[in-house]
Each structure stands twice: as C-alpha cells, then as structure tokens.
Design a protein around this ligand. Sequence first.
Ligand SMILES: [Zn+2]
Ligand SMILES: [Zn+2]
Length: 256
Amino acid sequence: MRLTVLGSGTAVPHPRRAASSHWLEAAGGTLLLDCSGPAVHRMAEEGCDWANLDAVWVSHFHLDHVGGLAPFLFGTRHAPQTRERRKPLVVCGPRGTGKLLRRFDEAGGYKLFEQPFPVEVREVAPRAEFELLPGLAAETFSTPHTSESLAVRLTERSGTSLVYTSDTGFTEALAGFARAADLFLMECSFFRSKPIKTHLELEEAMRLARLSGARRVMLSHLYPEWDGADIAAEAKRLWDGETIEARDGLRLVVGE
Ligand SMILES: [Zn+2]
Ligand SMILES: [Zn+2]
C-alpha cells in the first residue's frame, strides 16, 4: 500500500496543514481516508488519479473530515475526466453517512447522485468485517470521539495492514485493535495538556503505540499547537519505535 498525506491538519485554517485527508493506493484500487474540503484540490495537486478513485472512507461527520464530500461529487458530476467513467464510487462510513449526503444534496438541489457512474453508499457498524476494495479487508472499531466515529483496520492479501484511528479520545482497546499493524496512522491533536477528552495528546498516543506493537506510527490531525515542535524527537522520548510526523505531501510505502 502507498499512502500520500493530503491533509495533516484539523478544522483550524493553517498555512501548511490542510484539513484531514489521506490517499491510499492498495492492490485492489484507491481509497480516500476522509474527504476534507481541501482534499478535493489536494488530490489534483499531488497528482492522485481522483477521477478513478474507487472508494471514500468516512470516519465520522465532523466537517474537517467530510467537508469535501459533496464538493467532490459536484466536481465529478461536471468534470470532463469522469464523463466516460462507469465503475462505481463507493462511499463507506458509519450509519448516517447516506442521510448526511442526501441532506447536503437536498440543501442546494445539487443532483450529487446523478453521475456518469453509480455512487454506492455503504454504511457499516462498529466491529464490522467486510471487503472495502477487492482484496482489501476492513474491520471497524467504535472510538470515543462522536457517537458515530469509527477507526478502521485495512489488511491486504499480502498481510500488510494499516490502522487509521481518525479522531479519537484515549482508550486502551484501540491498541488491541491496532495490534502489530504495519502502519498505525493515529491522530495526535495535541502535544500536552489537551483541552478536550475526545482527542489524543502525545503521551497517550505513544502509550497506544507501545501497547499495540505496531511496526511504525504516523501522527496526523495536528493542531497549530504543534507548530515549531520536533514531533518525531518528542515521540522518541516516550516510545522507542519509529514515529513519522505527517506533513502534507508526504508519501510512504506501507509494509516496507
Ligand atoms: Zn478532526
Ligand atoms: Zn472530529
């Protein structure tokens, strides 16, 4: 799997960190992990084949994760690049994903579901096990963030695995869910003294890293409080493994 960081930031406007989105190329197709507002154009900026995107994973309904979903479908509806496309686009997320999209659609009469290709909405429950792309197994985990928020574990036939927490508060159970993952893509909103329970700070993220036995960790969803900090070095003081700071535009091969 190949990962490209489209947005390593949050809802707070930032000059170098777009709101949360990550592009994943797996053997069975391409997958967008959350679709923030900026993600729509960041895909093009990074040279990602957005017109042939196979699936979008929606972790939860906060706008820094779904704000680009309706605009993206508005774009594919009118783009010359998708005029010949016939294969479906799967939008997969928690219960309520379909309702959210329909409400966006109805709010402005955008006809988001009238595309040259089918848009298939798939809603999944916590602890669901299913195939998200051909040969890419997915498993979900309810996170302490919003009532619907889900982490996802993706495993290729080769055994390579990636766990994406998206936004979450601290729970040790998350380490079990991410056991021995090749890449544990974790939110780490705050450095220390987090102002709210429903996000992670570094000490908690590193505790999860240690407990999970993950091969590598990437920290993303970074609030401006992180500006100027050497994130990898700070992480090293708490966990001996390899921690990578997500930066917009960073590319990584998972499982290497
Ligand atoms: Zn967020
Ligand atoms: Zn959130």
